[in-house]
Design a protein. Structure first.
Length: 283
């Protein structure tokens, strides 16, 4: 009698819990049990693979990143997969995910698809997702004169509106544990007649500002923008665009230091006067 094939425990917190994804990857509907992964936090991940978006029905997935903080917990489901099924899920997950062994709160050691540690890509710089708890901080930053000069009053394109928009990924940028800046990224093709609509599919647009006045003019801007681009390129973006006001010379210099190149002259957009700047992954 042939032995049963070995089964591997896989902890899923994302789209693999969807029956249609299970059928497409494993050929069957999976059964599992709840468990929890501690020390990790979910972050949004824009998906550039058209096939993965088609299967999941979602252009933005979640990716688990290690924080090292026990209070950060992710709820999910543990499935048991054969070798062939595990290989199929490997093929489904985009390159930003890595399959690692993790220990769950139940004590079980299982595979999970996770991203780089929160601090791994930037050393002292950490990007963490914006939550509702951050809205007072963002309102304070938006009221700062050096921010309001270029972003307008706090009520204009308010952070709570962006947080409610699934097309936009919002980040608090920390330096050595201190929040000091805001960043957001999005797919230009999600908006009609966007000034970056000419960029290839999967490209991202970014906007950002330094909120804390004592952190301005110290090289942090170009550094965290460069790190943000690195993160987006690692997730498959072929190009990144940003569109500062043409009179914001400080921002333009920072973007140039981060590898951006101005494209053409100033243009008028629905968001105001802008100097389009681009950075490409393979250039």
């Amino acid at each position: 009698m042939a032995a049963d094939p070995p089964l591997f425990a896989l902890f899923s917190y994302g789209t693999l819990r969807q029956p249609e994804v299970q059928l497409a990857t494993c050929g069957r509907q999976l059964e599992g049990r709840p468990d929890t992964l501690a020390g990790y936090k979910l972050a949004p991940l824009a998906i550039s693979s058209a096939e993965v978006v088609r299967l999941s029905g979602k252009a933005v997935h979640a990716i688990a990143r290690s924080t090292g903080r026990p209070e950060d917990r992710i709820e999910g489901i543990v499935f048991r997969l054969t070798t062939a099924e595990l290989e199929a899920t490997d093929a489904y997950e985009v390159d930003a995910y890595a399959r690692r062994e993790v220990r769950l709160e139940s004590g079980l050691v299982a595979f999970a698809y996770v991203g780089p540690d929160m601090a791994e890509a930037g050393g002292a710089y950490v990007f963490r997702p914006v939550t509702e708890a951050d809205l007072p901080l963002l309102a304070r930053w938006r009221a700062m004169p050096h921010v309001a000069e270029w972003w307008g009053p706090p009520a204009f394109e308010a952070a709570e509106d962006a947080l409610a928009d699934p097309r936009i990924a919002l980040w608090i940028v920390e330096y050595e544990g201190r929040p000091f800046a805001y960043a957001q990224d999005y797919r230009p093709h999600d908006w009609d007649s966007h000034p970056f609509a000419h960029l290839p599919p999967g490209s991202r647009g970014i906007d950002q500002y330094i909120g804390e006045p004592d952190m301005v003019g110290r090289g942090h801007g170009s550094t965290f923008v460069r790190l943000h681009c690195k993160r987006l390129f690692a997730c498959g973006a072929p190009a990144v665009g940003t569109d500062p006001n043409p009179a914001n010379f400080r921002a333009i210099r920072a973007y140039q230091k981060a590898g951006f190149v101005a494209v053409g002259g100033a243009v008028d957009t629905r968001w105001g006067r802008a100097q389009l700047m681009e950075r490409w992954r393979d250039r």
